[in-house]
Design a binder for this molecule. Structure first.
Ligand code: NDP
Length: 499
């Protein structure tokens, strides 16, 4: 596939998907379709059914039946682990196909999509182990007559709303952990990137997941997504997306007090000290904002750099940006692909215009790149950014980096924490005292020292402040999908209350 010209990989007709309920693909029938055009090429690639609220109700009912009858929630964890391991093998076998649909719908470079799918195989394998490692606790310190057990039980039916920036990766950072805990799922992908969430249904069915344990209902966020957040028979909702919709999820969840996991926005700092390996840091900073066209919740969008090296460092990052290969997502050499939606493209260009209007100094980029089709934006660097500017405060979700200089470590920490968000942060320094002091004081759920955007399924994901609630992945991520029960056991006869 590496050697094929990109246009051979474009489908001649869009692939038509059904949705997935109770172990079966349901064809759209009379329901309308959402037709997705590849953001890199403008070609129709998929047709996804617009489900109704009744479809959602049927999917939740199927997930409820599957949960309550114990076909998944009460089987030995070794059997759950086997299904997850088989799913990992099937994803490995179908990796090329999944990567292609991911690129066609999202616009990310095919090489990146392949790496993400490979990562997803590892997540399923890790979660299989986590299923077996999950355990409770025992209390042997309650005196001779009382013995205490704490058990973990699956929370029940989980609604899963995922965004368009990493459709398969974000899904796989949640689904295997939810299943490892013994829960059942109704997933609602973004309507612009639903294909790989539906392909995962085929994968899990082939792996032996019982019917009803993973259901997918497609459609828009404002209809199906909103109905899912309000649904009285969904026990927990895992939502990944914007902070504004996250806030609506909190309001909607009050109906049945469903538990919420929220992974929301970020305005993540990259703190660079003069004593860093500046060449390495410049590369990391360029990667941190260029990767996935800056459409990552953990993109490093604020460059907080020590004043003595600020100008020199700006030049180094600019030189890196100049060499980044932006272009056709299907070209294996491409590093930065297309902006995923026209609306997101508009949002990014509006922020670039605001940066200029508010007096920031445009160092490089700032323009739309014309490849004859699709939306592409050059990696953009703004200098002289002050704390009150929109480009310093808002999550842009695009390849736009704002530079803010500092003089002291205290100032660097204060700038880093001057945000409503707290998702991720990076520090670049060869001085371990400085690096660890910053790591301990910056309020963010993920922290990188002398690297960025690195990780694996062992480490939990999630945010402080308005970046969300709860954690996904790692053993913490499985525990999120359980609830705790205390069991009190009397040994022998109780002290009588009435004699
Ligand atoms: P949204 O928050 O609107 O979308 C994320 C998911 O929520 C999608 O599946 C969407 O469905 C769904 N959704 C939308 N409205 C509702 C609702 N009322 N109730 C329940 N679910 C809903 O993000 P956008 O796509 O509008 O992107 C806007 C901004 O959000 C970006 O610029 C970026 O700043 C941020 N964002 C952050 C992400 C992150 O990873 N933290 C991911 C995506 C966006 P559908 O797409 O079908 O409408």
């Amino acid at each position: 596939m590496d050697h094929q010209p990109a246009h051979f990989l474009l489908p001649s007709d869009p692939r038509t998907f059904g949705f997935f309920v109770d172990g079966k693909i349901v064809e759209a029938g009379a329901r309308p379709y959402f037709e997705r055009h590849s953001p890199g090429h403008g070609v129709a690639v998929t047709r996804i059914p617009k489900c109704t609220k009744e479809d959602l109700d049927l999917a939740v009912a199927a997930a409820r039946r599957a949960f309550e009858d114990g076909r998944w929630s009460r089987i030995p964890s070794v059997e759950r682990a086997s299904v997850l391991l088989r799913a990992a093998q099937i994803i490995r076998r179908r990796a090329e196909e999944i990567a292609l649909w991911e690129t066609l719908e999202n616009g990310k470079p095919i090489s990146q999509a392949r790496a993400e799918i490979d990562g997803c195989v590892g997540i399923f394998e890790y979660a299989a182990g986590a299923a077996r490692a999950l355990h409770g606790d025992a209390f042997n310190n309650l005196g001779d007559r009382l013995f205490g057990l704490v058990t973990r039980e699956p929370i029940g039916v989980v609604g899963l709303i995922t965004p368009w920036n990493f459709p398969f990766l974000i899904l796989c950072e949640r689904v295997p952990f939810i299943l490892a805990a013994g829960c059942t799922i109704v997933a609602k992908p973004s309507e612009v990137t639903s294909a790989t969430t539906l392909i995962l249904a085929e994968v899990l069915a082939e792996a032996g997941l019982p019917a009803g344990c993973y259901n997918v209902v497609t459609g828009s966020g404002s209809t199906i997504g909103q109905a899912m957040t309000e649904h009285m028979d969904v026990d927990m909702l895992s939502f990944t997306g914007s902070t504004s919709v996250g806030r609506r999820c909190v309001q909607a969840a009050t109906g049945n007090f469903k538990k919420l996991g929220l992974e929301l926005g970020g305005k993540n700092p990259q703190i660079v000290f003069a004593d860093a390996d500046l060449e390495d840091a410049a590369d990391g900073v360029a990667f941190g904002i260029g990767f996935n066209t800056g459409q990552c919740c953990v993109s490093g969008s604020r460059l907080i750099v020590e004043r003595s090296v600020a100008r020199a460092f700006e030049e180094m990052v600019t030189a890196k940006f100049a060499k980044v290969k932006v272009g056709d997502p299907l070209d294996p050499a491409t590093q930065v692909g297309a902006i995923t939606t026209a609306a997101q493209n508009e949002t990014i260009m509006t922020y670039i215009a605001k940066g200029r209007a508010e007096g920031a100094r445009l160092v490089c980029g700032g323009e739309q790149l014309d490849f004859g089709h699709g939306h592409y934006i050059a990696p953009t660097l703004f200098g002289d950014v002050s704390a009150d500017m929109a480009i310093a405060r808002d999550e842009i979700f695009g390849p736009v980096l704002s530079v803010m200089p500092f003089d002291t470590i205290e100032e660097a920490i204060a700038i880093a924490n001057d945000t409503v968000y707290g998702l991720a942060a990076s520090v670049w320094s060869k001085n371990i005292d400085k690096a660890l002091t910053v790591a301990r004081r910056v309020r963010a759920g993920r922290f990188w020292i002398n690297t960025t955007l690195a990780g694996g399924p062992e480490l939990p994901l999630g945010g402080f402040k308005q970046s969300g609630w709860g954690r996904e992945a790692g053993i913490y991520g499985v525990e999120e999908y359980t609830q705790i029960k205390s069991v009190h056991i009397e040994l022998g006869k109780r002290e009588p209350w009435v004699s």
